[in-house]
Design a protein. Structure first.
Lengths: 268, 268
């Protein structure tokens, strides 16, 4: 049985979820982490709910086999498609990025007009829409898929004039609608946060689900009596289902570290 | 046993391979076709040789189970990673897009400087490089990965100023090197052909592997005595491993038809 010193499992469709591991490690440095990135089947965001759920169940099983005490679904597409299915399939705490992101957005908005950007799967699922309306029934939620942002981040064009033009093209309708909070509904987007904040202008608060989910993980661990009481820094293990050179390179960019040891895993 | 009236199998990592089906149908309208797009695991182009080969073997087996007389590997990444493995694993004619594309490029070049654009996997494999040097030992081959082109095509931004700027950024080094032939080493790129031709300028011939492979399929069928002698238009069957709404929409764009019936397949 997992106990408080067991690791926290984190999975994502690829390597973007490392932005969640980074935020978790900053907030909870004494916890141990096991990460799984399903890089052989990445991305999930263009695929259907049933396919994403099948993959997510396999990812969760991989983490459970390694004795994790909790699973964080770092991927927005997987969170929206499959958190409910995972909760009925497995018996440990499972937390996705949608609820914490929605809570942070509702807290931050004055106008009640909230923008959400993400993949096709996340936007089509209307998951943020539903969560926000539960918390703030009169809110106006405007969601927009931005499929070019992930490849732009992976090219490393974080502050390029082309990326700025793409952002302007995608975000115009959100600006025109008067949104005052923008939820970054994809783990790759935090790397574009400065540029997106600039395009949206001063009146807009950027909500990054990586930070919001870390706070939620901390509360849930405390509530369940599962917080690690160790006072020394935890271990981190990184697994991926396919390991091309670019994965390590982008992984280092996400974690902001120079060396990164990643193991190859078989899943599915 | 397959015979001359058996269908031709075509597989791709996704739906881009429909550009190959379109070219094949134009050249060989009386053949029957079975298409498989592995949309649950798309793209292949960011993944390793061993993962791509594992997926390609599963895709080929799916087509063989449906009685095809030949397999066309429509995906450049799969062609470069796994055609050799498929030929040793299976006993029917297997044809990839690399050799026909290389042949067409060698025929078209005057300067001997040939440009290749494609995914990371295709470019890193140096597959076009090797094929071209077999045919023209003194050739200078310059290859450049263009990962943003696929999502730009899938957004439908075929003639957008952003796409033009991305093309200029990617292609400058090829232009500066004096290439007079540009191989479109990815099935999505033919939709950008007019824009790419314009960016490269008048002196450059564009080689589209979809057209080149159709000519090669015609010759190989004749050589093996497997050409369909029917005089009525053939049937086409389309299968994908995942079917989000966008797949049908982009599929229609690739085939240039208004209705498209696609079935869901289980592979892997």
């Amino acid at each position: 049985m997992p106990n408080s010193s067991s690791p926290i499992g984190v999975f994502d469709s690829g390597i973007g979820g490392l932005s969640v591991v980074k935020a978790l490690t900053e907030r909870l440095p004494n916890e141990n982490y096991i990460y799984l990135g399903d890089t052989a089947r990445v991305p999930y965001g263009t695929k259907t709910k049933s396919t994403i759920t099948r993959f997510s169940i396999q990812d969760t099983r991989f983490l459970l086999d390694r004795g994790v005490k909790m699973v964080v679904v770092a991927c927005n597409s997987a969170s929206s498609a499959s958190v409910d299915a995972l909760r009925s399939e497995f018996d440990i705490p499972i937390i996705g990025v949608i609820e914490p992101g929605a809570q942070a957005a509702v807290k931050a908005t004055n106008s009640g007009v909230i923008g959400v950007i993400g993949t096709e799967a996340t936007v089509n699922s209307q998951c943020y829409h539903r969560e926000i309306l539960k918390l703030k029934p009169g809110a106006n939620v405007i969601a927009k898929p931005c499929p070019l942002f992930v490849p732009l981040v992976e090219e490393g064009w974080l502050n390029d004039s082309i990326t700025r033009q793409v952002a302007e093209k995608y975000l115009t309708e959100l600006k025109d609608a008067g949104v005052d909070v923008l939820i970054l509904g994809c783990t790759h987007y935090p790397l574009l946060a400065p540029l997106l904040a600039d395009v949206m202008g001063k009146g807009t608060t950027i909500v990054d689900s990586a930070s919001s989910v870390s706070a939620a993980v901390e509360s849930l661990l405390a509530e369940k009596g599962l917080s690690n009481t160790s006072t020394s820094p935890g271990r981190r293990e990184f697994h991926v289902t396919d390991l091309p050179a670019k994965v390590s390179q982008i992984g280092r960019m996400f974690l902001g570290i120079d060396d990164l040891e990643i193991e190859l895993a078989e899943v599915g």
